[in-house]
Every structure is written in structure tokens, then in C-alpha cells.
Write a new protein. Structure first.
Lengths: 838, 256, 322
């Protein structure tokens, strides 16, 4: 037995594709003294990597995942373990055919070579496909398969060759010790040793390991069924592993792929069979491996019939036998994304889990960069383990959402699609009132937020065609013209909105100012009662977040940020708190509920319910203070995300209903309407060109490109300052622009409205790529009811970032003319911001 | 040529066997189920005989409702019909099992005429008792041979081969109808095809409830033998270890 | 009386039958009853000498001129008649093909149960046994009921016992009542073993090959080493399923149980079904790339490395010795 060292700089637990990729990338970045622990034997320890299908489809609607996959393919190619085969997603239904057009658009947005095929063209590539059951295909020639076990060995050996890695196979972790919130020691059945950093890359076992340290990795092992049939006569003379393109039968959630002389059929369609990490058998107890469980035939029968329909020439051949069949275990997460990064619970304890073969080396590179200097090149926010709110790590939530998400693996998932399971977790005190008004709720971070109100239906008549009604089913899904009616009523009169999903942190203590100065790009040494909107950067100058900070006292700042990214922001602030304890962070999200009131008559409404001075002179834009409103003290903050006069109003949760009723009653004479997040997050925002984190603002873009520069750079040091200064000193290679669609009419005469992520093309139909190789695509899209146009935001290279430039946008296979209205952040609506400052 | 083949549902063990807490059964939480390799070969042999000579093939098992899975596996590779002697899942002794099978055979033959050949696996993978076939044959007063790794069906006789203790073959010739216990190696069983699986799913399984055995069970408990890792002596790595291997061979008296 | 079924060859009882006799003697001692044996075939009387060493008092020899070769049904019926006549306390045989089938026939005809593959018998109130299941990967403890207790002994569960010489074995012929019909199943012909071929079960050295051999062609080196050491090749189930070697060479639960002086296991991971067939080997030399494979951890000796480089080196070294 190799003896374990008694101490290590970093311990990586797991020698599947993730752990192997990670030790390599850490070694490449100069890490030494890495120990990799694996409870199974090498090279195939018995985890999900050992039975993976090992194929890589390149296009995902998620830009982050597509980028990570592309990087992974490059790495696999460099190792010589990638075999290009091509891959085709086939459609059996018209709805799927439309979806394939949407995937085609994603390919174009992310710069992947793909094409749509007729059934005959599919058959020319894959002769065993039955064209009678398909309507067409979406083909990507760059798709292929990898030898993930070989890749793992190569990467481990490279790390060893760099003198950075020692291996401890057949070693089971029995405990992870934590002292003062920091990981200190890993205990195993072969001894224990000290460690500064521990990375859990243990796939389906990760939750069990995390729990040893008191942390949560909210994934669940789930079954993916797979059979292998052979010998296939057609494959008899295939040299190597694969010759024919992999087929994904999207409508039946199955794939068919050649594997030497066999055809492998896998399924994501059966009932989601979830397990607990503790229920996985040990290596000794397993008939095959711990993650290859006995096949359950009854779960596969429908898929078998459907697969037989698609490839009858092979599967209908009586001489071709089912030689292997397993229920393979893989990891599912509540939102379908990987779980990466340092755990919020334990310093030094990192997760790299729920990662597929297709993205593992790319993710490992990203995580290694992140571990090294906190500056990953690809923005990990969608995968950041810090994204989970407490309720999202419960067993019930993880199982419910994972089960619901499983069958979406090949699903046609609308960008706004809502979860149906495990709802009604976080309810604001306004919830009862909202229900009475017929609110349609969308969920963010567990919060139920009204997206629009059925009670506003009468407004549709008032505004007629100005609500830009949608005839196409796709864009009218998860949407209502009432959103646009609410928008117009808010702009005409006044509207009130529930913003209780905000995440709120109080930073206090003698070091509070220094701390927020260090975090924020904007000057935070401001008078008490000021509200500052500011981006946050990482060290590389990438945009980490954007949020508002109120200065409530000399040593008291209140950070308000979106619920969706609140947990990530909290960890960012917390991680940078001064070591000397001179500043503390308190999460007061659950203390405060928030209402917003905006519109030209907002002051009239508020004034009618308060005796305090709310005039423009007495309560200027960008300030905050406590006023008495309807008999309760309310922290009012005069800012706006919809471009109108008004306030965010904060009261303790238990006084929320009182606040709502006060506004509602005071608003009646002024024609107040309740409005939903449809206005706040999209229509109101886009008309004002406000950037949203996760859409426009990502680590890969900077403030110059987003046109969010301030005239001066503050003297105080802040994270990313050096990079920011450097960014300011050179010309932008892209600028975020506001575009409008000139004609939304499709070939069939139906008006179509883009929803985001579509490719922007030159007037000639060619792709647009900036000097850093980034394609231009729609970062956000939505109605602009007040400007009467459909609005798109997109980063464009300088030659196109010129107002008046005519371009095209591709949507469901058709191209629509668009015009660049604004280059930069000047609003389309009320460009002088007169209304906000009224 | 009408062939009956008898199989038994058993857990598909491969790793370390673990027992239930009461030590009365194997813990099958992580295990699939199958039939013993001998029985897979018996099924294959039945299919081949009927393919070659015509007639009908029937598979029979005694076991719980879940044992229909094993009957369908047999039908997926070409057996035509299936009979489940349905039990509540408890283990039946060889005597009771043989009685139930013989009773079922008699009842079936009274209607449809005799099975020319009844095939069994030589012994079940779990109990390994090597006697159900003989007991069935005695009950039906039919000739029987066991341990068979070669079978030839003639119009008047069945010629069966068994490996002799010192090598070579013993050849037995049996009048029909007969009972034969086969061993793995008699053939290489085929894998089920997808159409075979789908056909098997739709087929009927005839269910018969045999009379319950009267005797009390004799098992007290199961236990896993203690397999101690030997204190293995590593002679070396790669070809360089060859001289030390020679030393061992000499020590054991295997080379002069 | 304790009755043991004895197979013999060449004037001496088979080794496995001697093991059964050892168990029979142990039981006879415990219950204070004489040990008797039953055999058949023309040369049966000639084994009385060797049987004395096992403590046998009486040898029953089944005699019928029609029993010219093995005939399980007739022998089973004969044994049934002997059991009915003498009503022994226990009837014991080894778990070979022949002893088992004769005992199965006999018990089926007398309405007795037959408990197979026992490793231990504990007479008492009630009698208890330990027996193998799953080819020995599991043990069952059970009561042994019934007026006459019939059982087979798992091979290699007992060491052959030798008692002080002096006692003489009384040979008693037993002539069963057999109809011609009872002889309908008998050996009608034999196919001799290939000349010079060493049987797997009897080989002193077995060179085993598993998945790690990689192909049918990969066995050439193993064949060569086996020939060099006067042994034979055995394989794991993966190998026969892949069609690389005939099933006759399979070692394991559904293949042959081997008991060589040395088992050289090349590229065999050591699945439980394989190990039960190899556990009677006196020593195991594992050649494997995986230091932690079960075959290595259970072996006496191991070489870590690729069998395709290690085996040729061993062949060369053995040649150099000669």
C-alpha cells in the first residue's frame, strides 16, 4: 500500500473524470502537494464515469455550458481521446422541428457549425434511421465520443509528471474535520492527514462527503437506463469505436449510438428513479459497479418500442441481442446545473460535482482558475454552489426538482418555464392581497412573485393594440398582454409592486465603510442617506454583480440585490470581510419586505399617506430615509429600475400587509395598478436600457463594454480596480447596444417576438464576431410598449455599434430586420431621465 | 417434439453477498434477478431443439409473482409458453419443488399429451442441491441423466454426454420421454433480441397455485464464510519478478 | 449404523469418497454406531483393505451381472433397497456427479430428503448441519430431520482421516431386486480423453487466464507455461462467454473445481463465482496489473504487472533452469 502523506496543500476526493481533470489543471497552474483520494481501484473506480456514454453534443441553450463543452472538446482532442462522429437530433413532431430551429439559432449564437436536415439527409448520414417517423434533424458535425477513462489516466499522469500529485486509490474517506469554519483534515480508512483545501469531486457520493463537513451539495443520484445490442451486422467492419453519427431521438428522450459492433440505446424518459447517496451499494456489494445497478426492464419497455420504430433495421434484427443492460447512476441537481465552487458553509471546502463527461475538463479548468486566483475565464455563476438558498438544499426540494427536471433532459424547455413542484416556499406578506387580485406567480429563489395580475385585464381594452398582443403560441407561453398593459398604466399613472424577493444584507462595524469601498466600483464614502447603484468586479475586472447600497449610518450599509443571485453576492461580501472582525455581515432578507411604487403620480400617492416631505427638493433622487406612511415607519429609497418617479419601501415583514393596504387605498384616487415582475424585469427595464446580471452582466464582459463607466475612478482601492483602469485605457471591442425590430412579421404573416439568446447577424446574414471571438447575440429581449417596438439588447463590435445600423436577428429559422437605436446605455425611453428625477 | 424447461429465479450475485438482518435471506436491495447459468443453457437447448425439430417449448418455474420476469426472459429468447407455479416467495425444499413440478406436468400432459423432454439446469445457483430433476423423473417414472454437456435428440431416443471424471465423455442413451439435467457449456446461450423482448412482454403466463408444502423449514440461518485476505507476498513488478517466481516454483516442488 | 457411498477406481476409493468416509467416521464416533460402506462394480471387494484405514467395519457390495457400467437409476434403486433393509442412521456420499445422483435416486424412492454439500454435521437433538450454498460463497446452518439422514459432503470440506490399522472389513454382497427397466439409463459408450491431456480437476498446476488475457490468441503464452510446468490451462467465465476457450476449461461455480498445488491466475480479477472454484488450490500466484484485485488480495504470491510481459519472462526463467 502506498502510504498517505500526513499533510497536503489540497486533497481532491474522487478519480472520475472531474477529479482527474481537476488535479491536472491544478498542477498546470503550479499547484504542488496535491493528494487525490479514491475509494475504488484505478483506472475505473466504479463511479458514473465508468459507465458513461461518453458522447458530446456541442449546443446547449446555456451559453456557459456551451462554452465549457467547447473547451472540453479541445482538451479531449489534445489528449487524442476524441473521435469525431457527428451527431443529429431528430424531430418526430412539428413542435420539435420548431425547437430544432431554436437550437439552430443557439448554435449560431455560440458559434457552432450546425445545420437542419431533411429526413432523407438524415438517412444519408445514418442509414439505419427510419425516415417515416421523423420530420427532420439538427446536425452538428463536430459532435463525437471520448474515452473518458483514458483521458482521466492521461491527466493524472501529467499531474504526476509535474511532481504535483500523489494518488491514494482504494482509500475511503471517513471524515472531514472543520475548525473555526475552515477545513483542516481528511480522515480515511488508511489514515488521516491535514489539508488546507479539500475538493469534493465524488459524483453521486458528493452529498455524503459534504455532510461529513457540515456542508450541503444538493444533488441526488438518479437512474439513467441503457442497453447495448449487438453484434450489428452493419457495424461489422467498423474500425474503432464509432463511424455513424449519434442520434438523439428528442421526442422519446432516447439516444442511439454506435459502440464498436454494438448499438447503445439510452433513455432519460422513464420515471425518475432517485436514490440517496447513502443507498448506493459499496464496491464489494455491487454486482457490476456501485453505479451500475440491475436493469429494470419494466421501466424501459416503452422506450424499446420507440427505439425500434426509429432504428428498425438494427433493433428489429432477431440476430441482434441485448448484450448489456444497466440502470446507471448519474447526478441530478434541482436546477439541472453543476455544483461548483467553495461551499458557503466551510472555508477551503470546494465542490465539483454533477458534471457530465462533455463539460468536465472545461469545468475543471475553470474551477482550477477559480481556486488559484478567483478569476475563472468563464463565468460560473449558473453553477456556483453558493447560488442555493437554504430551502433549496433540503432533501425534499432536491428530489422534487430533480425528478421534474429529469424528463426535461431532452425536453423543449421554454426560457420562462416555471417549475410545478415544491412551490409556495417563500411568501411575502402581500401574498394574500395578491391572490385576491388574481396574481399569476413565477418563482425566484423560492419566492412567489406576481408576474401579472388578472385583475388588470380591463386595461387591455383601455390600451388596445398598444399592448402588442402575441399570436404565436411560443411567445405567448408564460406571458400575458396584461404585462404590457400594466406597463402602460404605470407609465401613465402609478403602479405598485412586490419586491420582497430582494436579498438584503447589513454591513456594520467600524470597518464597514472600508469593506464596502473595497467591494464596490462606485464611491461609497457618501453622506448618510444616500443610495448608490454599483457594479462589483472580480480581480480580473469581470462583472461579478450589480446592486444598490444604502448608507444608513456612519458604520452601517445596507446591500440590496436580486433574490436569484443573492446567495452568491452574500458569499462574495462575506469572503472579503476584514480579517480583524471590524465589519460584520448580517443577512436581513427575512426581516424586510419591500414594495415599490413608481409612476408620474407616485409622489401624489405617497404624499397623501404621509406628513413627511417627499417633494423632489425634500427627498431627492438617490437618497433614502425613514418616513411615516400610514402610521408605520417605512424606509423609503428613491431609485428606480423602471425609469419612473418613485420609491422602494421597506418595512418589517409583519407590517407588510399594512403597507400594502396603505398604498392601495392612497392610490385609488390616482388610478394605481398593481404590476408584476413582467414589467419590472423586462419591459420597464429594457425601455430604459438597464442591464441585468446574468443577462448582460457576466464575468466575460466589462464595464466599458456594458457602457457603465463613471466619469471618475475613485481613489479608494476596490476589487478589480487595476483591471478596470486598464479596461478604461483601451477602446472597447464591443458595446452593449439597444436594438429594435423593424418588422416582426414572419413569412407566414404572424408577428413573432424574440425572447433572448438569438443570434444577431449582419445585413447580409453573416455572423458577427468581436475581436475577442465572441459572437453577437441577444442578451435580453422584450416588449417596449411605450416605444411601440420589440426591444433587443446585444453586444456589438464597434463597426456595428452605430445608431441606425441595419442588422438581422434569426428566430425560429427566419430572419427579421433590426436597427441599432442606441449604442451604449442611453435609454430608448425618456433618454434624459427627466421622469425619474421629477 | 414438446420440450419443457424448468428454471428458478435467483439473485444475480457477483460482488460480496450480504444478508438481511435476520440472516434468513440474501439482501437483494442492489441485486437483479436471473436464473442459474445451467438453466440459461437449458433454455437455449430447448429453443434449439424446437427450432431444429419443430414442436413446442414451455418454460416453468416455481416461485413468486416476480418470477414471471424470468419466464419472460426465457420467452424473449424463443420459448413459446410459460407456467408459473405461484408461491408466496418462501423457499421450497427440493422434495416439495419436485412434487409440485411433477403434479403440474401430469396435469398438463393429461390435456395436451406428454412432454418428450423435460430439461432442467443441473443444479440451481443458490441451493445447489442437484436432485430436483431426478425427483421429478422418479415421480413421473421417466429416465433421467444429469450433468449433461451434450444432447442429441433422435426419433426414438435421447443421446446425452457427460464429462467423465478423468477426462473424456460418458455417453448415455435414454428412451423418450426423458428428463435431462444440463450443465453450462452445453451451448452458448443467445442474448434476447429487442423484438423477442417485446413479444415476451405481451405473452400470457399461466399461473397455477401448487399445494403448500407441509414440512417445517429446516434452515436456521445463513452466514457468509470468512474469506480472509491472505498475507500475499508480492514477488515484484513486471518481468523483473520472474526469478522470484522460479524460486516459488522450486519451493513447491514444481520444477526440479 | 452410518452408511457411506464409496466410489472407487483402480482398487482404491476415490479421494472425495475418502473425505466422505472421514465425515462418516466422525459421525459414527459421536453417535456410537458402526461405520459401513457401500460400493458397486466388479472390483469392489478389492477396496476393503484401503477402507480399513477409514474405519469401515462392513462393506456392502451391490452385485448384479447387468451392472457392467455406471447405471445411476439401477444403483439408486439398489441403494434404496439397502437403506430400507438396514435403516441406517445416516447415509453419506460425496457431492460428485455419481454419488449425488445415486443418493438422489435412492432418497426419491424412499421418500427421504437429501441435504447436499455439507461441510459440517453435528449430531444431537436435533442434528444440525452446515452446508454450502452458492457454490460455497454462502453457508447455511440447518436442522437435519428425518428418520434416516441423507447428505452429501462438499468436496474438500474434510481431510481424509486415517485410523490405526488392524481392523478388518467384512465384505457383504448385496443383491438388489432390479427389473431390466431399471437399467434403461446406463453408459452405452465412452469417448476417451485426448491422449496426454491433463484433466483440470486433477492437475498439479493450473495456469488460469481471465479477461486480462484480452483475446483467444493471448492464451498462447499461458498454454506454453502450462505445458512447461506439466499443468493445464483453466479460464474464467468471461473467457468462455467470449468464446476464447471451451467451457471445459472453465474454473468456478458452474465450471470445474480445481485443487492444484499451484494456481497461477493471470489477468483474473477474482469474481466470487470464480474463487469458489479455485479455493481448494494449495497456493495461488496472481499476475495482475491491479494490486487491489480480489484475486491478488486472496493470493499467496503475486506479481504486479501485465501478464503479457510477465508470463514470457517466467517461461524464459524456467527454461533457463533446465
Amino acid at each position: 500500500m502506498s502510504t498517505l502523506p500526513s499533510a497536503a496543500r489540497v486533497v481532491v476526493i474522487g478519480a472520475g473524470i472531474v477529479g482527474n481533470s481537476l488535479v491536472y489543471h491544478l498542477a498546470r497552474l503550479g499547484w504542488k502537494d496535491i493528494v487525490q483520494i479514491e475509494k475504488g481501484p484505478l483506472p475505473n473506480p466504479g463511479g458514473s464515469t465508468g459507465h458513461a456514454s461518453n458522447f458530446i453534443f456541442l449546443t446547449d441553450h446555456s451559453r456557459e455550458m456551451t462554452a465549457l463543452t467547447a473547451d472540453s472538446v479541445e482538451q479531449y482532442k489534445e489528449m487524442g481521446v476524441f473521435t469525431q462522429s457527428g451527431g443529429i437530433e431528430v424531430a418526430r413532431t412539428p413542435e420539435r422541428m420548431e425547437e430544432l430551429k431554436r437550437r439552430m439559432a443557439s448554435s449560431r449564437s455560440w458559434g457552432i457549425e450546425s445545420e437542419l436536415l431533411t429526413p432523407a439527409e438524415v438517412k444519408a448520414l445514418v442509414p439505419y434511421v427510419n425516415t417515416d417517423v421523423i420530420l427532420g434533424g439538427f446536425s452538428t458535425p463536430g459532435i463525437g465520443v471520448v474515452d473518458s477513462l483514458r483521458a482521466g489516466t492521461i491527466m493524472r499522469e501529467r499531474a504526476q509528471a509535474l511532481g504535483a500529485l500523489r494518488l491514494a486509490p482504494m482509500t475511503e474517506v471517513t471524515g472531514i474535520d472543520v475548525e473555526d469554519g475552515r477545513v483542516t483534515r481528511v480522515r480515511t480508512d488508511k489514515g488521516e492527514f491535514e489539508a488546507d483545501i479539500v475538493v469534493i469531486a465524488a459524483g453521486v457520493w458528493s452529498p455524503r462527503l459534504a455532510a461529513m463537513a457540515g456542508a450541503a451539495i444538493p444533488l441526488t443520484p438518479a437512474v439513467h437506463q441503457m442497453i447495448s445490442v449487438g453484434p450489428v451486422p452493419l457495424f461489422a467492419d467498423t474500425v474503432g469505436e464509432i463511424k455513424y453519427p449519434i442520434v438523439r431521438d428528442m421526442d422519446t428522450n432516447c439516444y442511439e449510438r454506435q459502440h464498436g459492433g454494438d448499438l447503445e440505446v439510452g433513455s432519460y424518459a422513464h420515471r425518475a428513479i432517485l436514490m440517496d447517496a447513502d443507498e448506493i451499494p459499496s464496491i464489494a456489494e455491487s454486482a457490476l459497479s456501485p453505479t451500475e445497478l440491475p436493469f429494470t426492464q419494466e421501466d424501459f419497455e416503452l422506450q424499446m418500442e420507440q427505439a425500434l420504430e426509429l432504428v428498425p433495421d438494427i433493433l428489429g434484427d432477431e440476430r441482434v441481442g441485448i448484450r448489456h443492460a444497466i440502470n446507471g447512476l448519474l447526478s441530478l441537481t434541482p436546477d439541472g446545473m453543476p455544483i461548483l465552487g467553495e461551499t458557503p458553509e466551510v472555508k477551503g471546502l470546494w465542490a465539483a460535482a454533477a458534471v457530465w463527461i462533455k463539460e468536465a475538463p472545461g469545468i475543471a479548468r475553470m474551477v482550477a482558475q477559480w481556486m488559484t486566483d478567483g478569476k475563472p475565464e468563464i463565468d460560473p455563476h449558473g453553477s456556483d454552489i453558493a447560488r442555493f438558498h437554504a430551502h433549496q438544499t433540503t432533501r425534499q426540494h432536491v428530489k422534487a426538482r430533480s425528478a421534474e427536471g429529469f424528463n426535461k433532459t431532452y425536453g423543449i424547455v421554454h426560457p420562462a418555464e416555471q417549475w410545478s413542484s415544491d412551490r409556495d416556499v417563500r411568501l411575502s406578506p402581500f401574498n394574500a392581497r395578491e391572490r385576491e387580485l388574481g396574481a399569476v406567480f413565477f418563482e425566484t429563489a423560492g419566492w412567489e412573485r406576481p408576474f401579472w395580475y388578472a385583475s388588470n385585464e380591463p386595461l387591455l381594452e383601455e390600451y388596445g393594440e398598444r399592448v402588442m398582443p402575441r399570436a404565436a403560441e411560443w411567445e405567448s407561453r408564460w406571458w400575458s398582454p396584461i404585462i404590457n398593459a400594466e406597463h402602460l398604466a404605470m407609465r401613465d399613472r402609478v403602479g405598485m409592486i412586490d419586491l420582497s424577493a430582494f436579498a438584503i444584507f447589513d454591513i456594520t462595524g467600524p470597518g464597514a465603510l472600508e469593506h464596502v469601498q473595497r467591494m464596490a466600483v462606485a464611491q461609497m464614502d457618501v453622506p448618510l442617506g444616500r443610495v448608490v447603484y454599483t457594479p462589483l468586479l472580480n480581480e480580473a475586472g469581470g462583472i461579478k454583480s450589480d446592486l444598490t447600497i444604502m448608507r444608513l449610518g456612519r458604520d452601517h450599509f445596507r446591500v440590496v440585490t436580486g433574490g436569484a443571485h443573492g446567495m452568491g453576492d452574500r458569499k462574495w461580501f462575506r469572503d472579503h470581510l476584514p480579517e480583524d472582525g471590524s465589519a460584520q455581515l448580517y443577512d436581513s432578507t427575512s426581516t424586510w419586505c419591500t414594495a415599490g411604487i413608481w409612476g408620474p403620480r407616485a409622489r401624489d400617492v405617497v404624499a397623501s399617506a404621509t406628513s413627511d416631505d417627499v417633494s423632489n427638493e425634500g427627498f431627492g433622487f438617490g437618497t433614502c430615509r425613514t418616513i411615516e406612511l400610514g402610521g408605520i415607519p417605512v424606509l423609503a429609497s428613491r431609485i428606480s429600475y423602471v425609469g419612473e418617479l418613485g420609491w422602494e419601501l421597506y418595512v418589517p415583514m409583519e407590517q407588510g400587509a399594512r403597507l400594502w393596504d396603505t398604498l392601495w387605498e392612497a392610490g385609488q384616487p390616482h388610478g394605481i395598478v398593481p404590476f408584476g415582475i413582467g414589467v419590472y424585469g423586462t419591459t420597464g427595464r429594457l425601455e430604459k436600457g438597464y442591464r441585468a446580471h446574468g443577462a448582460e452582466l457576466e464575468l466575460e464582459f466589462d464595464l466599458v463594454e456594458a457602457d457603465m463607466l463613471r466619469p471618475k475612478v475613485k481613489e479608494a482601492e476596490f476589487i478589480g480596480r487595476t483591471a478596470y483602469l486598464e479596461q478604461r485605457s483601451r477602446p472597447a471591442v464591443a458595446t452593449l447596444c439597444t436594438l429594435t425590430v423593424d418588422d416582426t412579421t414572419s413569412a407566414s404573416g404572424v408577428k413573432r417576438y424574440m425572447l433572448g439568446r438569438e443570434p444577431i447577424l449582419t445585413a447580409a446574414g453573416g455572423p458577427i464576431t468581436d475581436a475577442r471571438g465572441r459572437r453577437s447575440f441577444v442578451t435580453s429581449a422584450g416588449s417596449g410598449p411605450s416605444v411601440g417596438k420589440h426591444i433587443l439588447l446585444s453586444y456589438l463590435p464597434p463597426e456595428f455599434a452605430v445608431p441606425g445600423t441595419r442588422l438581422l436577428v434569426e428566430y425560429f429559422g427566419e430572419r427579421y430586420p433590426v436597427t441599432v437605436d442606441v449604442a451604449g446605455s442611453t435609454p430608448l425611453f425618456d433618454p434624459d431621465n427627466a421622469r425619474v428625477r421629477a | 417434439m414438446n420440450v419443457l424447461v424448468c428454471v428458478k429465479r435467483v439473485p444475480a450475485t457477483a460482488g460480496k453477498i450480504t444478508l438481511t438482518a435476520d440472516e434468513q435471506a440474501i439482501d437483494t436491495r442492489y441485486l437483479g434477478f436471473t436464473v442459474s447459468p445451467h438453466e440459461e443453457c437449458a433454455v437455449e437447448e430447448a429453443v434449439r431443439i424446437v427450432e431444429a425439430q419443430g414442436g413446442s417449448s414451455t418454460v416453468l418455474t416455481l416461485g413468486p409473482e416476480e418470477a414471471t420476469d424470468q419466464l419472460r426472459e426465457a420467452m424473449a429468447v424463443g420459448i413459446e409458453r410459460a407456467i408459473l407455479l405461484q408461491t408466496d416467495g418462501g423457499e421450497w425444499s427440493a422434495v416439495d419443488t419436485a412434487t409440485a413440478i411433477a403434479d403440474a406436468v401430469r396435469a398438463r400432459e393429461a390435456i395436451e399429451g406428454p412432454f418428450d423432454l423435460i430439461l432442467l439446469g443441473n443444479e440451481a445457483a443458490d441451493s445447489g442441491e442437484y436432485q430436483v430433476g431426478i425427483r421429478v423423473a422418479v415421480a413421473l417414472d421417466r429416465p433421467v441423466v444429469t450433468g449433461i454437456k451434450g444432447l442429441e435428440v433422435r426419433d426414438d431416443a435421447i443421446v446425452a454426454r457427460r464429462e467423465a471424471a478423468g477426462g473424456g465423455w460418458e455417453v448415455y442413451e435414454l428412451p423418450r420421454p426423458a428428463v435431462v439435467g444440463v450443465r453450462e457449456g452445453i451451448n452458448l446461450p443467445r442474448y434476447p433480441s429487442v423484438p423477442g423482448r417485446l413479444r415476451a412482454r405481451k405473452k400470457e403466463v399461466e399461473r397455477i397455485v401448487p399445494s403448500r408444502p407441509s414440512g417445517a423449514p429446516t434452515m436456521i440461518r445463513l452466514r457468509v464464510p470468512v474469506e480472509q485476505d491472505s498475507a500475499v507476498e508480492i514477488l515484484g513488478e513486471g518481468p523483473a519478478a520472474a526469478p522470484r517466481v522460479v524460486e516459488v516454483l522450486r519451493r513447491l516442488g514444481l520444477i526440479a | 449404523m452410518i452408511l457411506v457411498v464409496v466410489e472407487h477406481e483402480g482398487g482404491a476409493p476415490e479421494r472425495l469418497s475418502v473425505e466422505a468416509l472421514a465425515l462418516g467416521r466422525e459421525i459414527a464416533g459421536t453417535v456410537g454406531e458402526p461405520l459401513q460402506a457401500v460400493a458397486w462394480g466388479p472390483a469392489s471387494a478389492g477396496i476393503s483393505g484401503p477402507l480399513a484405514a477409514s474405519g469401515v467395519a462392513v462393506l456392502h457390495v451391490i452385485e448384479d451381472p447387468r451392472l457392467t457400467d455406471h447405471a445411476p437409476e439401477a444403483l439408486g434403486k439398489a441403494l434404496a433397497q439397502l437403506i430400507a433393509r438396514d435403516r441406517p442412521t445416516a447415509v453419506i456420499g460425496t457431492a460428485s456427479d455419481r454419488s449425488t445422483e445415486i443418493l438422489a435416486h435412492a432418497t426419491a424412492r424412499t421418500g427421504l430428503a437429501l441435504t447436499a454439500n455439507c461441510t459440517e454435521v453435528r449430531p444431537g437433538e436435533p442434528w444440525q448441519i452446515t452446508r454450502q450454498r452458492w457454490g460455497g460463497s454462502l453457508l447455511e446452518e440447518a436442522r437435519l430431520d428425518g428418520p434416516i439422514r441423507c447428505l452429501t459432503v462438499a468436496p474438500h470440506a474434510m481431510e481424509p482421516a486415517v485410523v490405526p490399522a488392524g481392523a478388518t472389513v467384512v465384505v457383504q454382497p448385496f443383491t438388489p431386486e432390479l427389473a431390466d427397466r431399471d437399467l434403461r439409463v446406463r453408459i452405452t459408450s465412452r469417448v476417451p480423453a485426448e491422449a496426454g491431456k491433463i484433466s483440470l480437476a486433477d492437475a498439479r498446476v493450473v495456469v488460469g487466464g481471465g479477461r486480462g488475457v484480452g483475446s483467444a490468441e493471448g492464451f498462447a503464452e499461458l498454454d506454453e507455461l502450462a505445458a512447461l510446468l506439466g499443468g493445464t490451462v483453466g479460464v474464467s467465465r468471461v473467457v468462455t462467454s467470449a468464446g476464447w476457450r471451451p467451457h471445459a476449461q472453465q474454473v468456478g461455480q458452474t465450471g470445474t473445481r480445481i485443487a492444484p498445488d499451484l494456481y497461477i491466475a493471470c489477468g483474473i480479477s477474482g469474481a466470487i463465482q470464480h474463487m469458489v472454484g479455485a479455493r481448494s488450490a494449495k497456493a495461488i500466484l496472481a499476475i495482475n496489473t491491479d494490486r487491489d484485485a480480489p484475486m491478488v488480495t486472496r493470493a499467496t504470491y503475486a506479481v504486479i504487472g501485465d501478464l503479457h510481459t510477465v508470463v514470457p519472462a517466467i517461461i524464459e526463467a524456467v527454461r533457463a533452469e533446465r
